[in-house]
Design a protein around this ligand. Structure first.
Ligand SMILES: [Zn+2]
Ligand SMILES: [Zn+2]
Length: 323
């Protein structure tokens, strides 16, 4: 049996919660987040693990005027500084995309829309505009449009918008809210993790993930923020061990069920002291499992190709002959 594992990381920096003017979760100049990313990229190179980095399209710009064409609601770009990468590295980050592309591991740079527009609050023409701007920048920066989308806050654009802009695979949140906070707490700490094969009918391929980030641990400080108060009693080392176990169990489950595990987090969830050590050790394990043939590690792009080729190569049902 072979399981498949996909890892996606949202790179949004200042754009993640700009609609609520929230930046406390970030460093002032994005340097801390960049350092975390580079260390993660080192581990990926060491163990041969590719990741889908879904980036907010605006971060691919070196500079801008502070406003962008399209039928956006009034004030949508109020937080756009209208400067450049040197002045506002939380709003412009072409250096990040360049660094990911420079690495020897074949990572994917895919999209998280152009300006982190949450689709259920936006009219359909804004959803299309977001993908149009993003695709144009992807083509300019990476040489190709992307077929993979991670929609902000798990809210998917319309099928029309996806089809019109060449999106072939989307990450979709699958887990139901827990029946009560105690169940939620247990689930986040101990699992069981969500393992589910991607599905594909006439729209894009859907790859399923949990509502909360699960590449990083809820019981450990997330970036610059302390863990949720429910987890503050968990000692750091115990939180790390529990998370290592969560990641290992999730992977074993994917192998056992011949299924798929999609792990994700935001770039700002990572931090060097607490979150990265268990992730690095997990990437090492993944590399070993892949060499043994137990696991395939696929980016969303790779997963899309795999699912579509399996679907088209399925044998036709044999014709029944009735005497
Ligand atoms: Zn701008
Ligand atoms: Zn996001």
């Amino acid at each position: 049996m072979v399981g498949t594992v996909t890892i996606s990381i949202e790179i949004e920096l200042g754009w993640g919660i700009h609609d609520r003017q929230q930046y406390d979760h970030l460093s002032d100049d994005g340097r801390v987040e960049r350092r975390c990313l580079y260390r993660l990229l080192d581990a990926c190179d060491d163990y041969g693990i590719p990741i889908s980095f879904d980036i907010v399209g605006h971060l691919l710009l070196h500079s801008c005027e502070g406003t962008h064409s399209g039928p956006y609601p009034d004030g949508w770009f109020d937080e756009d500084p209208g400067t450049d990468m040197e002045s506002d590295p939380l709003f412009y980050a072409p250096d990040i995309a360049a660094e990911i592309m420079r690495r020897r591991t074949d990572h994917e740079i895919c999209t998280h829309t152009f300006s982190h527009a949450v689709c259920d609050t936006m009219p359909p023409d804004v959803q299309k505009q977001e993908l149009e701007h993003a695709q144009r920048l992807h083509e300019r920066v990476t040489g190709n449009q992307t077929e993979s989308l991670v929609p902000p806050r798990h809210v998917c654009p319309s099928l029309d918008a996806l089809n019109d802009h060449g999106i072939e695979i989307v990450r979709v949140q699958d887990d139901e809210p827990a029946s009560n906070p105690v169940h939620r707490f247990r689930e986040l700490l101990f699992g069981p993790p969500l393992v589910r094969s991607p599905e594909f009918s006439d729209g894009p391929v859907e790859t399923y993930c949990t509502r909360h980030p699960n590449l990083t641990a809820p019981s450990l400080p997330s970036g610059r923020s302390p863990p949720h108060s429910a987890f503050r009693w968990v000692p750091i080392r115990m939180g790390q061990r529990l998370h290592e176990r969560y990641l290992r169990t999730a992977t074993e489950l994917a192998v056992e069920r011949d299924s798929h595990l999609h792990l994700w987090c935001h770039l700002f969830d990572l931090n060097r002291e607490y979150q990265l050590p268990p992730i690095e050790s997990f990437l090492e394990t993944l590399g070993e499992l892949e060499r043994e043939g137990a696991i395939d590690v696929e980016t969303m792009k790779g997963l899309n190709e795999q699912i579509r080729s399996e679907t088209t190569s399925e044998p036709e049902p044999e014709e029944q002959i009735y005497a």
